[in-house]
Design a binder for this molecule. Structure first.
Ligand code: HEC
Ligand code: HEC
Length: 161
């Protein structure tokens, strides 16, 4: 029994130096180099300006009939959670006269079985899942989307027909 413990202890001691050197190597100059920022950490650099939100209240053309319209106004700090849906304080059927906001369309009242409910359906509750505001940022990648009229060559005709 005693010899077995002795052998185990010796085996551990034999392995230990390799383990220790491994740690030292990772910390030392030979270890992997972590990427550093463009500025030294001690320098007080002003943050880059963020892009400006487009909040001109001008309705955007939809690129296809089913597109969720883009939000043309500011929505910063608009709360949407279990207790309150800030969007509905203006876009709810009952509030549109006071707010002059367009009412959420009837599709927002339909549940997944196509039944029209009395109020906004749970699957349309989190408005910003589909509706987004825009900024003046330039697109990072190109976009070759052509709408229905462009594809059929009917653009410019009256009523798009
Ligand atoms: C204070 C009232 C108010 C609140 C709150 C509000 N909206 Fe609006 N919204 C409007 C009005 C008014 C318009 C009409 C255009 C304009 O004046 O900006 C509008 C327009 C829109 C449109 C464009 C509709 C179209 O046909 O192009 C969308 C989409 C929209 N809002 C979504 C939202 C969402 C999503 C929220 C919550 C994050 C929200 N709104 C909160 C008042 C409001
Ligand atoms: C699952 C995606 C989705 C969610 C979530 C959603 N919408 Fe929409 N919304 C759409 C689509 C698609 C349209 C355009 C077609 C239509 O009316 O269904 C639309 C249209 C609208 C319109 C224009 C209605 C009109 O008749 O011009 C308004 C306003 C609007 N949504 C507001 C909201 C608000 C406020 C919420 C949150 C309570 C919301 N939407 C949640 C997809 C969504």
């Amino acid at each position: 029994m005693k010899t077995r413990i002795l052998i185990a202890a010796l085996a551990f001691l034999a392995a230990a130096p390799a383990f220790v050197t491994g740690v030292v190597a990772a910390d030392g100059p030979a270890g992997p180099k972590l990427p550093s920022g463009p500025h030294p950490i001690t320098l007080d650099v002003q943050a880059e300006s963020t892009h400006r939100e487009i909040v001109d209240d001008v309705k955007n053309m939809r690129n296809y009939a089913d597109q969720p319209p883009l939000i043309p106004h500011a929505i910063r700090d608009y709360q949407i959670d279990l207790n309150i849906n800030k969007c509905m304080t203006c876009h709810d059927r009952r509030n549109t006269q006071g707010s002059q906001a367009p009412m959420v369309s009837v599709t927002h009242f339909q549940d997944r079985d196509g039944q029209t409910l009395g109020t906004v359906s749970a699957r349309r509750y989190f408005c910003t899942q589909c509706h987004v505001p825009q900024t003046d940022a330039k697109p990072i990648v190109g976009n070759s989307f052509r709408d229905f009229d462009a594809v059929l060559g009917t653009a410019g005709r009256e009523g798009g027909k």
